[in-house]
Design a protein around this ligand. Sequence first.
Ligand code: TYM
Length: 338
Amino acid sequence: MENTQEIVRKKRALSCIQPTGIPTLGNYLGALRNWVDLQDELECFFAVADLHAITVRQEPAKLRQHTYEMFALLMAIGLDPEKSLLFVQSQVPTHTELSWLLSCNTQFGELSRMTQFKDKSQKHADNINLGLFAYPTLMAADILLYQPEFVPVGADQKQHCELTRDIATRFNGQYGQTFTVPEPYIMKTGARVRSLQEPTKKMSKSDENQNSFISLQDDKDTIIRKFKRAVTDSEACVRYAEGKDGINNLMEIYAAVTDKSLEAIEAEFAGRGYGDFKLAVGEAVAAELAPIQERFATLMKDKAQLDALMKVGAERAYLVSRRTVEKAKKRMGFLLTK
Ligand code: TYM
């Protein structure tokens, strides 16, 4: 019989998260949770983007601790290092290397249009550093190194993903096919979880008002209290409609956590007040987070094991990514050691 068997590589996904503190429910619903769903279908690469974190000032001891915590959290949410490649960005030197090559193929004007740069440079006006400006080229390097088809992120990262596509397309056009041009992969529910206190803004762990976000480490009482205090409106009717940003946000969170449709949620709470609804959202979120918190606490007890897993991840990531850097360098005219 003719051997028609071909080695077809699984499609790939890559994404990263910054270790800038315990992530929020926004990070979880917008990104992390979807990563777990992808790991059985795709060949997945997930990293802790510690190099991105230093675009704003970090205390070294905290950065170290947060990097361990984020790595442990990736496993606590259900990512399995046997199935997905988990690593820490700064432990894989190809990221900074490709970033430089891409920087020289990215225009000042393109980077100036990035809304995150505009927001962050306003927020950190005393530290508008070169890295903050060049941040998207490092992100493009993170992605393109692994030749993924998909980049699962929340809606706020869409602009950076589009810039990555532009950089890859331009590079391929100029030097020949080098990079897979990836698609952002954004879920419908949970892609833009908003602040509980100012529901027109995104939920963010750097928000000074602790009541505005749910941290993945919050205990049940804290979660319920924060939802109780969430800003809503005076209509007292659980329905999804324009102008009801607070209720829309809570409904989206509840929908994402329970897998119920917005219509089913409206029916469930018909004739009931916001108090009941907020309690139900709080309880559903607390129930989703409890097992993650338990696994996280266990994983954090063994830093030697985390170090060992990081090492394996970094070595494997280096092997994959080195091929892309070498290809890019060759295409650009650099001499490789022989
Ligand atoms: P970061 O660390 O800010 O956020 C990690 C992921 O969480 C998503 N996210 C949200 N989703 C829904 N609602 C929210 N309120 C919310 N807040 C955050 C983000 O969209 C993201 O998917 N630059 C990236 C990290 C990065 C990266 C990469 C991502 C570095 N290199 C390569 C993808 C590919 C960042 O700062 O995400």
